[in-house]
Design a protein around this ligand. Structure first.
Ligand code: 6PG
Length: 233
């Protein structure tokens, strides 16, 4: 595991955006390879997406060869401002030429599928896709994606689940399971703010009672943190 310490949330957002751009161009190399990236919702992730969009002038990434998935979604109507995918795409698509065929938001509430059918639908769409990079925020309770501690989502099997009674609103969500997340080559956690400090310390120490303490990339696990979340000695 690697811990990358940043001074504050702005530095963290800029650092992750820079590293992501660099990793994507390295992974693409000069071949035809399409890179698979799993995105996260959350305030710090949104700041990072803003940085990614703002830095588009220095671009070395072929965005047509990046496929985007989501780690979790609030099960609300497509037009709801609460949708993680809506927030992410509003930021990224402002400057980044995404290929709509390679952007895979999770289903919204109000479509043909109920929550569990929506989970099956996304699992089918995902198939056996393995992420090159999976981005995750972390809640103050140590949740990642919509996998919460002391909640059935922590013990779920399969690849995509419908989450009910979520401790964080809204109560209904869709989430990848920890098992799919841990098939990613790299897992990057992005964590800022002192309200995250107790859970960050436990998860980095490998506390398996917290979903964040159980995530691990096959090749690399990187915690991008700010001073408030993980004070450096
Ligand atoms: O749907 C959600 O609510 C988010 O996906 C959630 O899992 C988020 O990533 C973390 O709670 C961290 O969010 P913040 O960076 O806003 O604290």
């Amino acid at each position: 595991m690697t811990v990358v310490s940043c001074t504050d949330a702005d530095d963290l957002a800029a650092t992750v955006a820079h590293q992501l751009r660099r990793s994507l161009s390295q992974l693409q190399g000069d071949q035809d390879r399409v890179v698979q990236v799993c995105l996260t919702g959350g305030r710090i992730a949104n700041r990072m997406y803003q940085q990614l969009a703002d830095g588009q002038g220095d671009n070395t990434v072929d965005w047509k060869r990046v496929e985007f998935w989501w780690g979790d979604e609030r099960f609300v109507a497509t037009e709801s401002p609460d949708r993680n995918a809506g927030q992410t795409l509003a930021l990224l698509a402002a400057t980044i030429p995404l290929d709509p065929a390679k952007v895979h938001p999770m289903p919204a509430e109000g479509g043909l599928a109920d929550l569990n059918q929506a989970a099956v639908q996304y699992a089918t769409e995902l198939g056996d896709t393995r992420f090159d990079i999976c981005l995750l925020g972390m809640g103050p309770d140590g949740h990642v994606a919509s996998v919460f501690p002391d909640h059935p989502s922590s013990a779920a099997s399969g690849s995509v689940i419908g989450v009910t009674d979520s401790p964080k609103p809204p109560p209904e969500r869709l989430s990848l399971t920890l098992s799919v997340i841990n098939k990613s080559a790299e897992v990057w956690l992005i964590v800022a703010g002192d309200e995250k400090a107790p859970a960050a310390a436990r998860a980095i120490a490998g506390d398996r009672d917290l979903p964040a303490g159980r995530v691990k990339g096959r090749l690399r696990t990187v915690w991008f943190v700010d001073q408030a979340a993980v004070p450096s000695r």
